[in-house]
Design a protein around this ligand. Structure first.
Ligand code: HSE
Length: 441
């Protein structure tokens, strides 16, 4: 081992894109304050990037093209993985851990899908794998769940956890802008994933929900069992019908512990416009967490972008510096808040959840249609809470919008199959879940 100065935390950064670049800038700009808070300076000694950025790397001793070079650099105590992606990022994290280095990553996909394996490896090597920046951008939601609420039985959590999706829905609602135009803006602002279908189809949110659920309920990471539905099917008409009925459409990740199992689901959701969550707009993220002692809590802030995400990466680095200055050699915080994940809590299939529904049904504009639709729903015990039926001036079809009361999803599915078979129903029915929320926010 080299004769390193133990009073400096030395960092290598793999990937100098939005998050890596933001991290380097923050470490430089707030260096004095960070040194005081951390108890020692945090110095970036090595950066790996395919696109050299001399304006950012002036103080950095070494730059490499190959991120694996950092994993073997004896000068480096902590590897910051901000490349994203799967295979190379996995190899970087695995090799860094095996070489006894702590790792800080913003890679939610990797944590959600391969975290069980990586945390076991980190634990065996007595190093920390930290990931605050993987969920909620700048919001310290991992700390809130794992440390701040550690004494509570978490009953449920619900959040807007994809900045790009929230930006798109907010802009569509406020400016009646088209979907593709808004998506392009989100990409230009550095919010969107390299493959924006991850944002739009809910995969990115499902990664984050998987991570929060594991911490909240003490269960293993189970991305493959998280139900995922995107926002690409939401039309401006749905947004304005929902608003007419007193709701906003938000793309939510929801996790709930029920007597029948754990729900983990990401989908567009009608939220009453009197709720705080309905009023979180733009790239903002917000997560409500209901604990059995604390009650309902809400965490909100910027969920994506260079500065916000860098704030969370550097917070993890400061934690590591503090541990080191205190002489802690093993990680003090179990990565997911518990040393023994509970595999006995089953994940509830989506057909078993119980919520209300928004239905938009295209029907022929003729007498008796409403009675037929109501009969199909009533036969299955589905109560109607509200109906909107618009006059049609120049079309033979018109949309009927119905809000149902809470019903089990498989009953609703059966009713939708029946509705689809009616001659009066002229096209596919749009179905959006309505979250009633049993907390205060
Ligand atoms: N693409 C992500 C989002 C980035 O829009 O929320 C932050 O994880």
């Amino acid at each position: 081992m080299s004769e390193k100065n133990k009073e400096i935390l030395t960092v290598g950064i793999c990937g100098l894109g939005t998050v890596g670049g933001g991290t380097l800038s923050l470490l430089e700009q707030n260096a004095a304050l960070i040194t005081v808070r951390a108890g020692c300076p945090i110095r970036v000694a090595h950066v790996a990037t395919r696109t050299p950025k001399p304006h950012l790397c002036g103080q950095v001793a070494q730059t490499s093209l190959d991120p694996l070079a950092i994993t073997a650099d004896p000068e480096v105590d902590v590897v910051v993985e901000t490349m994203g992606g799967f295979d190379v990022a996995f190899e970087v994290i695995k090799r860094s851990i095996s070489n006894g280095k702590h790792v800080v990553t913003a890679n939610k996909a990797l944590i959600a899908e391969r975290g069980n394996e990586l945390f076991a490896l980190a634990s065996a090597n007595e190093v920390t794998l930290a990931f605050e920046s993987a969920v909620g951008g700048g919001i310290p939601i991992i700390k809130a769940l794992r440390e701040g609420l550690a004494a509570n039985d978490i009953e449920w959590l619900a959040g807007i956890i994809n900045g790009t999706g929230n930006f798109i829905l907010s802009e569509m609602s406020a400016k009646q802008s088209g979907f593709s135009e808004v998506l392009q803006q989100a990409q230009e602002l550095g919010y969107a994933e390299a493959d924006p279908t991850f944002d739009v189809e809910g995969i990115d949110a499902a990664h984050k929900l998987t991570i929060m659920s594991a911490i909240a309920f003490g269960i293993p990471l189970q991305f493959e069992r998280t139900y995922t539905e995107g926002i690409s099917g939401i039309s401006p008409a749905d947004i304005s019908f929902a608003e007419e009925l007193g709701y906003r459409i938000k793309h939510l990740g929801i996790a709930r512990k029920t007597a029948r199992g754990v729900e983990m689901r990401v989908h567009p959701t009608l939220v009453s416009n009197s709720r705080l969550l309905a009023n979180v707009n733009g790239v903002g993220n917000a997560v409500m967490v209901q604990g059995n002692f604390v009650g309902s809590t809400l965490y909100s802030g910027p969920g994506a972008g260079a500065e916000a995400t860098a704030s969370a990466v550097v917070a993890d680095l400061i934690d590591l510096a503090r541990d080191r200055m205190a002489g802690v050699t093993n990680p003090v915080r179990p990565a997911l808040g518990t040393t023994q994940a509970d595999s006995s809590l089953d994940v509830l299939p989506i057909e078993q959840i119980e919520v209300g529904y928004y239905l938009k049904i295209p029907v022929l504009d003729k007498l008796g249609v409403m009675a037929k639709l109501s009969a199909v729903l009533q036969e299955r015990g589905i109560s109607i809470e509200a109906i909107i039926q618009k006059e049609s001036e120049n079309s033979e079809t018109l949309p009927v919008v119905i809000l149902t009361r809470v019903v089990r999803e498989y009953e609703l599915n059966a009713a939708l199959d029946e509705l689809a078979g009616l001659d009066e129903v002229t096209g596919p029915v749009t179905r959006i879940r309505i979250e009633p929320f049993d907390g205060e926010a």
